[in-house]
Design a protein around this ligand. Structure first.
Ligand SMILES: C[S@@+](CC[C@H](N)C(=O)[O-])C[C@H]1O[C@@H](n2cnc3c(N)ncnc32)[C@H](O)[C@@H]1O
Length: 379
């Protein structure tokens, strides 16, 4: 098989992309591209695909289960034309994304082929231990990126959605990703989307992968963003440090050197709050002064993070599942440990926010839109 997970770094991205393209062509032939394009761009996450699947006839719904949700599906549950097309893909000498399990079912996982902004996009299937991430936050940031920027630096690029979105509308993008296997997947995606001439993915940590003379009109980042107290074990791609801001600080502090005169920083994240105001506002004010930045911070949702909260239970469930611990009494212990961690940090809530910053008169403008919150990243 050509791409199993993201381990096949020795396969040139061009070759892998050809295999993915063939697979995508088979999907296009069934009209699945048109169906998935009906989901609003801000919301084409796996959860929305699952909702859409409930509205479709069973064969098409099963196609979504296979493609996006990472489930094993028996070939005869799929629409006949898709089954025939995928059967041919399986015959390809290079192999393809699809595997046949010993029980005869087909499975794509650990990868999914998602649909966003009119293109197919390869990332990990929804899984607590995924390293090639794609989720609501990926889309929330990609959907709001400034279209006027001619050059874009995408830090914490993952499989590349923000860079690809920009390149697909003609902007030049450099994506920086610390995990080489994930950067390789982004290079495959660039070829699947057909924007390899406009986007470059580099392996490295933040600005260390950027020449000191390089300047960009837009710097964007969807960093590891969850507030995770010290001592609580959580997967790397989500662990934003105790207040969720470990990487965010580094992005903001290094930005001035790499921004053009009228450049813009666009990020999103989560941090600690009291249910009304993020704890970090005074620190951001100091940072704004130091870096001569005008910072806009918009809270879109405050989520209770105390004992027994949905938030703590959810984070604890993911943390345990990523470690391979089956659901059981450990969940209560881990969830309470997390809630105590937040309490020790003086927080009763976590807050979802969007952040913009641009060179200018130092200030922090804070808006709280959380009363109008609809889903986690939208009002
Ligand atoms: C939440 S994911 C976001 C991926 C993608 N941008 C998206 O929105 O779907 C964070 C990504 O940052 C990468 N990362 C973490 N620390 C990094 C660093 N210091 N430099 C570059 N990438 C980093 C992780 O490997 C992961 O792929």
């Amino acid at each position: 098989m050509l791409i199993d997970g993201v381990s096949r770094l020795t396969v040139p991205p061009e070759r892998a992309a050809r295999a993915v393209r063939r697979f995508a062509d088979a999907l296009d032939a069934t009209g699945l591209d048109d169906i998935l394009d009906c989901i609003t761009p801000m919301d084409s996450s796996p959860a929305s695909v699952e909702r859409l699947g409930r509205e479709l006839r069973r064969p098409l719904a099963r196609a979504l289960d296979l493609l996006v949700l990472g489930e094993a599906v028996a070939p005869d549950e799929l629409p006949a034309d898709l089954r025939r097309a995928l059967d041919e893909v399986l015959e390809e000498p290079d192999g393809a994304l699809l595997r046949t399990k010993p029980d005869g079912t087909w499975i794509l996982t650990p990868l999914s082929l998602y649909r966003a902004f009119g293109f197919w996009y390869l990332a990990h299937s929804p899984h607590p231990a995924s390293t090639a991430y794609f989720g609501d936050d990926s889309l929330a940031l990609a959907s709001r990126l400034d279209h006027r920027a001619r050059s874009v630096l995408d830090l914490c690029a993952g499989p590349g959605i923000q860079s690809l979105r920009c390149a697909a509308r003609g902007q030049r993008a450099v994506g920086v990703e610390i995990n080489p296997a994930v950067a390789w997947m982004a290079q495959v995606n660039a070829r699947v989307v057909g924007v390899e001439d406009l986007v470059e993915f580099r392996v490295g940590s933040l600005y260390a992968a950027v020449d000191e003379t390089e300047r960009f009109d837009l710097i964007c980042a969807n960093p590891p963003l969850l507030p995770i107290p010290v001592g609580f074990s959580y997967p790397f791609i989500g662990d934003g440090g105790p207040d969720g801001l470990t990487i965010t600080r580094q992005v903001l502090e290094g930005a001035r050197q790499h921004l053009t005169e009228h450049g813009l920083i666009q990020m999103l994240g989560m941090t600690l709050s009291d249910g009304f105001r993020p704890q970090c506002v005074p620190e951001l004010e100091e940072l704004a002064d130091r870096e001569k930045l005008q910072i806009g911070l918009i809270a879109v949702r405050h989520e209770r993070a105390g004992q027994g909260s949905v938030w703590c239970d959810g984070v604890a469930t993911t943390a345990l599942a990523a470690d391979g611990t089956p659901p059981g009494p450990e969940l209560r212990i881990a969830s309470d440990e997390l809630a105590q961690g937040y309490l020790d940090l003086g927080a009763s809530h976590v807050v979802y926010y969007f952040l913009t910053a641009r060179p200018g008169e130092p200030e922090v403008r804070y808006h709280d839109l959380s009363q109008a919150s609809r889903s986690i990243w939208t009002v």
